[in-house]
Design a protein around this ligand. Structure first.
Ligand code: SF4
Length: 496
């Protein structure tokens, strides 16, 4: 392995070209090309002029995992780098604070070699600048946030849209190149700022055209129209019937689980038939899909089961006098158990509110017990299949193929990523799995995110990697910006 001089700058080339006679340095880490006066920082605050040197202002992060040694756990030693660590096999060099090379034909800022279990490994790290990036936001709630395709706005600017609802969750698609670069200047700035906050686990309030106001924060409950969501539903109305039918049997003559998508009616449902339940003669509104499963019983909303109803009996279209009977016991409940009402039919077959029997209340409470906490989850999605590959290899398609063949592992701040099938290196990462302060931005506007490509050295050589720039892990000891943090225990170790 060859070594090179330690620097705090994004690349040796950048340092060589950055200085100007008046002490101003030009940052070439992104297309903005800031001219930075002594003691100042550039437009993104990621780079500064420190005594005439272009310097990445934030720490360069390595992650250190604890290892068992002689049967004992070796504790993580400190917060700030003390130079005592950097061990092959327990230190992972991240792209956080590594810097960016731009244009990308220059080798990545750090190409680090290590020897693990007799195998020479190489990790290439950089901070990718992504105009093509977005956030996939999963909001656990039955409540209707707005129509599909409706614009999601922050400060009046469209930053994304509502996309297809998933099982128990409403989904948003935020950011993306069209909002970052394809709209007005303010739209791009607000989109970039909002994405940066969300990636940094900060809350962002957004409004949805024709829908709700929601505060989204990764790893926290959504707040919808000012009300924190608590439960993610146990299942759709039909699934709820399936799960709890046996527990209701003998205690209720009919159970209707109100759901905006699939409302379940126990006695008609296959689960009720399996239990030989007597038909109850209650027909709910909406379109019958299959026995005991109804679509569109109401409009979507923030009431019972993601519908707009606050009065459950309003979804009953008719009660058949030939089938129903006085004294019939009816439970109406939502998919979270948050809403529930007990009725008994009077002599005119009108449902009358009554006190819920303990056996029924227990099952309603069990629906709630089986709901998971409602959370916002955010996946950062970006395309790493473009020019930044040239910082890894002279023959970029070989990196793509190597990733595809799972010879090269991609991580983002050490966090595992999912690489989409098909062309390119389009990946997604859970922002809560990434270390704090992983993300940055540049005013083009675009987000900056850490990337690491790890592979055997032989594979790196074979793909035409910048082998002359491989430096041993030990050489990082001289980096004054180095900060060691503890390896997040929930993440798989990416090296052998
Ligand atoms: S915006 Fe930041 S990265 Fe871009 S040139 Fe200015 S200081 Fe450098």
């Amino acid at each position: 392995m060859s070594t090179r001089e330690s620097t705090d700058a994004p690349s040796a080339e950048a340092l060589a070209t950055a200085k100007a006679a008046d002490g101003i340095v030009t940052c070439d880490a992104c297309p903005v090309l800031c001219r930075i006066r002594p003691g100042k920082t550039g437009a993104c605050d990621r780079y500064g002029n420190v005594e005439g040197r272009l310097t990445r202002t934030e720490p360069f992060v390595v992650l250190e995992r604890t290892l068992e040694k002689d049967g004992k756990i070796v504790p993580f030693l400190g917060q700030r780098w003390n130079g005592a660590m950097l061990r092959d096999g327990s230190t992972f060099v991240t792209g956080i604070g590594a810097g960016t090379t731009y244009p990308d034909y220059k080798p990545a800022p750090f190409i680090v070699g290590s020897r693990i279990d007799g195998v020479d490994m190489v990790t290439v790290v950089t901070e990718g600048i992504f105009s093509y990036c977005g956030l996939k936001v999963k909001i656990d709630t039955d409540r209707w946030l707005g129509p599909e395709q409706a614009a999601v706005r922050v400060a009046g600017e469209a930053i994304g849209h509502v996309t297809t609802a998933e099982y128990g969750s409403q989904m948003l698609s935020l950011g993306g190149v069209h909002h970052l670069t394809g709209g007005g200047k303010k739209e791009g700035i607000v989109t970039c700022e909002s994405m940066l906050k969300l990636c940094g686990l900060e809350p962002v309030e957004m409004t949805i055209d024709g829908g709700a106001t929601v505060i989204v924060q990764a790893g926290h409950a959504p707040i919808i129209n000012g009300v924190p969501e608590v439960r993610m539903r146990v299942g759709c109305g039909s699934a709820t019937i399936g799960i709890f039918a046996k527990q209701w049997h003998g205690h209720a003559d009919e159970v209707i689980v109100v759901d905006d998508h699939i409302t379940g009616v126990l006695s008609e449902h296959q689960a009720g038939r399996f239990l030989d339940m007597k038909p109850a003669g209650i027909r709910v509104r909406g379109r019958k899909s299959t026995p005991g499963r109804y679509f569109q019983v109401a409009n979507p909303g923030i009431g019972w089961g993601g519908t707009d109803i606050t009065e459950p009996l309003s979804i009953i279209e008719r009660i058949d006098p030939k089938t129903a009977w006085p004294g019939m016991r009816l439970l109406m409940v939502s998919t979270t158990g948050e809403h529930a009402a007990w009725f008994v039919l009077d002599e005119q077959l009108r449902p009358q509110p009554a006190e819920m029997p303990p056996a029924i209340r227990t099952v309603v409470e069990r629906i709630g017990e089986n709901c998971e906490p409602a959370l916002c989850s955010i996946l950062f999605m970006a395309g790493a299949g473009g020019s930044l590959r040239a910082g890894v290899t002279e023959n970029p398609v070989r990196l793509t193929r190597s990733v595809r063949q799972e010879i090269t592992r991609v991580t983002s701040g050490g966090a595992p990523v999912y690489v989409w099938p098909g062309g390119g290196i389009t990946y997604m990462a859970d922002v809560t799995a990434m270390p704090a302060r992983s993300f940055g931005y540049v005013p083009t506007p675009a987000l900056v995110a850490p990337l690491e490509f790890s592979m055997p050295r032989a594979a790196y050589e074979a793909m035409g990697g910048h082998v002359d720039h491989i430096r041993p892990l030990e050489s990082l000891r001289a980096e004054t910006r180095l900060e060691a943090r503890e390896w997040p225990r929930g993440n798989p170790w990416p090296l052998p």
